[in-house]
Design a protein around this ligand. Structure first.
Ligand code: AMO
Length: 433
């Protein structure tokens, strides 16, 4: 096999190159034949004028089918009509792999496909340059997140994904049989990352994977999702945690803007990097704003999808903000580990264009208070013994957050459905691919 020398976006006039990729399109004008060769970085035009290429190559150009994998050796020439102003005159073409003629979807995006067809044939859907762009941006989001947290003295950790108990409330658990016992797929690293605060590691983060048995099929919930989770010690209150989160999100947006210009322009997206600190909207104010706008919401309830979305529009209109914190939630709406003042939780959500992308807060570090809260939530204290023990032997005040990566990319790129930003999304209906 010919060895690739460069990607299609890196060819220069006068060079001899070897490109490797898929046959995106073919055109035949009689005396001249064209192939658009697509690789990860773009599309190059392969031009075969009858007079300038061998008879063998001229013939071969006819037999290539759409989505065949080929390598092409040739000479780069400037050509104002070609994409990028350059074309390659082939001297050698190798067929590496053929494709059946009836394609399950059209990677050249001339024919639209619904989301189910796209996901059923995800390997081919991702060949579309716009879809590839989403996953290059996703990679940059994770790179930037890691970069920022390491710069703030966080240590990267990994915690078990098989867990003895739930963390985020009793429902939404995937049970599994674990030898003689029952176990669950981890809903989040919550209990482990808190345990890490008793080890003296002080500031930790995990590129986490959440498993949640979400009953309903919504455009923003998956059974498996990714998040950046952090936990940090010696905080005064939840504001110390919010400070890290707003700077992290702002840094991610800035990096994507600077380092993924080609992909953003392909997707037609402009990212607005908001100034920090982000706006803080108290839960009470959010409820009043929604009631004034005619929504039937009541104090004490968590915000539903519709009211969250409406609040996003109200805040955008009133203050011009895409990203804002919701603070001072009623304690009853938050998990057992959340610290509190009276009946107000020391917890927050971060919303982006009307969808929650992160939640977090200060945790309870007093073991007796923690036991009381577990009981008040109707959970069995006995299942939390391993979690509670470290709290008895020196636990500093601490807090953290989970930032949903799938939700972040969905809102950043204005994707209709969370599934578009996930390679192989799994939900109640979909387990394959
Ligand atoms: P929470 O349950 O709010 O908090 O999750 C944190 C963030 O993770 C994302 N997320 C999801 N994304 C897609 N599909 C899902 N099913 C799903 N579930 C959650 C959301 C959400 O804001 N332990 C706490 C975090 C903490 O306090 O540190 C937790 O898991 O973007």
């Amino acid at each position: 096999m010919l060895k690739r020398t460069c990607y299609s976006d890196n060819i220069k006039d006068g060079e001899e190159v070897v490109l490797a990729g898929w046959v995106h399109e073919r055109r035949d004008l009689g005396g001249i034949k064209f192939i658009l060769l697509r690789d990860r970085e773009g599309i190059a035009q392969i031009t075969a004028p009858k007079k300038k290429v061998s008879e063998e190559i001229f013939k071969l150009m006819d037999s290539l089918g759409r989505e065949w994998v080929i390598t092409v050796k040739g000479n780069v020439k400037s050509s104002p009509q070609a994409p990028g102003g350059l074309e390659v005159i082939p001297t050698e073409i190798e067929v590496i792999s053929m494709a059946e003629p009836s394609l399950p979807l059209d990677p050249s995006e001339k024919v639209d496909a619904d989301i189910d067809t796209r996901l059923d044939n995800r390997y081919m859907d991702i060949r579309k340059p716009k879809v590839t762009a989403i996953f290059k941006i996703r990679s940059e989001i994770l790179r930037a997140a890691r970069d920022y947290l390491l710069s703030q003295s966080f240590v990267e950790i990994q915690t078990p994904k098989i867990s003895a108990s739930g963390t985020e409330g009793g429902t939404e658990l995937f049970p599994l049989s674990y030898f003689e016992r029952e176990a669950f797929l981890a809903q989040s690293p919550q209990l482990y990352k808190q345990t890490m605060m008793a080890t003296g590691m002080d500031r930790v983060f995990e590129m986490a994977h959440y498993f949640r048995a979400e009953e309903s099929n919504t455009r923003r919930h998956l059974s498996e999702s990714d998040a950046v989770d952090i936990e940090m010690s010696f905080i005064e209150n939840e504001d110390d945690v919010m400070h890290i989160l707003e700077n992290l999100v702002s840094y991610i947006l800035k990096c994507v803007n600077e380092n993924k210009k080609k992909e953003l322009s392909l997707l037609g997206i402009e990212i607005n990097v908001p100034p920090t600190p982000f706006r803080r909207v108290k839960y009470d104010e959010a409820i009043s704003l929604l009631q004034e706008a005619g929504f039937n919401v009541h104090h004490g309830e968590d915000l539903g999808t519709e009211s969250e979305k409406a609040l996003g529009n109200i805040i955008k209109e009133k203050y011009g903000d895409d990203l804002y914190f919701l603070t001072k939630y009623p304690l009853s709406t938050k998990p057992f580990y959340t610290n509190f003042d009276g009946d107000v939780a020391r917890a927050f959500d971060l919303d982006y264009k009307g969808i929650e992308i992160s939640s977090g807060g200060q945790r309870i570090h007093n073991v007796e208070v923690l036991k009381t809260r577990i009981k008040e939530k109707g959970l069995p204290v006995s299942s939390f013994e391993a979690y509670l023990k470290p709290f008895r032997f020196g636990m500093p005040p601490h807090g953290g957050f989970g930032l949903g990566i799938d939700r972040l990319i969905m809102q950043m790129l204005n994707l209709e459905n969370i599934r578009e930003g996930v390679l192989f999304p799994h939900d109640r209906r979909r387990l394959e691919p």
